[in-house]
Each structure stands twice: as C-alpha cells, then as structure tokens.
Design a binder for this molecule. Structure first.
Ligand code: PEP
Length: 253
C-alpha cells in the first residue's frame, strides 16, 4: 500500500499569534505547488484558531501539540479535544517526549488522550522514543513496545483508523544528533511489525510512521528514503518557512 508522506512541524512554545500567522502565510505561499505530501503545523493553543483561519484555503493542515482528555469541567488551564477541533485542528500530537519529561505524561494519560482525540475525530500523532540511557542499556525495543502497547491499549483498529505514529528518539530531539539510517530503519521495521502483531496487517500497512529528531534540509532526503519512514515530525527546522519548505520539498533536493 502506498502511504502519502506527512511532514509535520511542531512549533512548541515559539511564536506569538501574529508571528505564527506570518509564518503560516509564508508557508502557504511556498506550499502552493505541493501535491504529493501532506503538511501539518502545530502552533500553540493560542494561535490555533488564527493559524487555522489563515490556512483555510491552503492544503496545509493544523494540529495541536496536546489536549486534555476530559470533555469539559473544572480543569483550570486545560483544553479539550472538542475545543481543539472547533478551533480548526485536524491533528493532535500526543505524548511528545517534552510532555513526558517535563509535564508528567505517562502511557496511561497518553491512552486517555488518544481516546479523547478519536472521540472528537482528531487524528492523533502518537510520539514514542527511547532515551539515550535506554539505548545504551539495549532497552530501545522494550521501551517502544511498552509505549505503543500501553498507549493504544483497549483500542481497536477501527477506532484507530487515523493514527499516525512518530518515532522520536529522545536523545535526537533538539540536540542536532540524528539517528543513523540503520538505527531508523531497524526501529521503523520493528514498529511496522509491532502494529501488525497488535492489530492487523492492513492496519500496519496503512499507518504512517514518522521519524522525528533534528530533521533538517540536509538529512531529510536520506531519512525519507528509508523504506518504512512515511514522513517527519520537525521541531526547530519548522519554525522558519524558507527552511521548512526545503524539508517539505525533500524530493527536489
Ligand atoms: C520535535 O519537537 O518533535 C522535534 C523532533 O524537534 P527537533 O526537530 O528540533 O529535534
């Protein structure tokens, strides 16, 4: 099965509303002739409605960087899946390593968030990845197995139809260190078989598995050439439209 590549930009806690709109406008212009790749950007919650409106007539989709799993209620500071959807988002990043590391995200909260996303029709981008210590201790596969199995526990492949998986080795995020082609190839093949084991061959075959971790215009082509890599989740290099477009148009490099 052919999977349309997805190039997604995680803007983290960067850009005010006006700055986000400006970059989104620049990107929309630069992307006007892109047809063979799906593109998504995830600005802050505050910029979601502004960026969604800006990109209304473009083919760039908008995503949120997080959500809270309850629908509504006395949960000061939180934002629900419904609210994110109503703000114009189509995707939601769940379980990013920065959320696991700094905000106590666990596989259990990830599981609840995936359910909430599915319930509202958002497409979850589930982030998983090992730390440097995990890798040194040869625990990479067991950690990934646990993050995927527990994160998706109790969900059927019908419910998970729009899932995107993002392999992001924690040691490669924002560090300038990229995983080698062999490391990415090995992990993506492993994840593809894990999805088959947990769900079905069809589900595994149609689910996009992105790589994330210091992706930039110099390494994207090589990474996208790996058989089971179906796209990239890009942090730092997605903040500037002129840089990000080179990643989106990796085929032209
Ligand atoms: C990310 O935030 O998901 C990420 C991969 O960041 P960077 O590209 O900056 O390493």
């Amino acid at each position: 099965m052919s999977r349309t590549p997805l190039i997604a930009g995680n803007w983290k806690m960067y850009k005010t509303g006006p700055e986000a709109v400006e970059t989104a406008m620049e990107l929309a212009k630069l992307c006007s002739d892109v047809t063979d790749v799906d593109v998504m950007i995830a600005p802050t919650y505050l910029s979601l409605p502004l960026v969604s409106t800006t990109l209304r007539d473009s083919r760039i989709k908008v995503g949120s960087q997080n959500l809270y799993f309850e629908n509504q209620g006395a949960f000061t500071g939180e934002v629900s899946a419904e609210m994110i959807k109503a703000a114009g988002a189509e995707y939601v990043i769940i379980g990013h390593s920065e959320r696991r590391q700094y905000f106590g995200e666990t596989d259990l909260s990830v599981n609840k968030k995936i359910r909430a996303a599915m319930g509202s029709g958002l497409k979850p981008v589930l982030c998983i990845g090992e730390t440097e210590t995990d890798r040194d201790e040869e625990k990479t596969f067991s950690i990934l197995d646990k993050q995927v199995s527990n994160g998706l526990k109790g969900l059927s492949f019908d419910e998970l139809g729009n899932l995107v998986l993002a392999y992001e080795p924690v040691w490669a995020i924002g560090t300038g260190k990229t995983a080698s082609v062999d490391q990415v190839d090995e992990v993506h093949q492993y994840l593809r078989s894990l999805l088959e084991k947990l769900f079905s061959n069809d589900f595994s075959d149609k689910t996009r598995i992105l790589y994330g971790g210091s992706v930039n215009p110099d390494n994207v082509k090589e990474l996208m050439g790996i058989k089971d890599v179906d796209g990239a989740l890009v942090g730092g290099a997605s903040l500037d439209a002129d840089t990000f477009i080179n990643i989106i148009k990796y085929r032209d490099l």
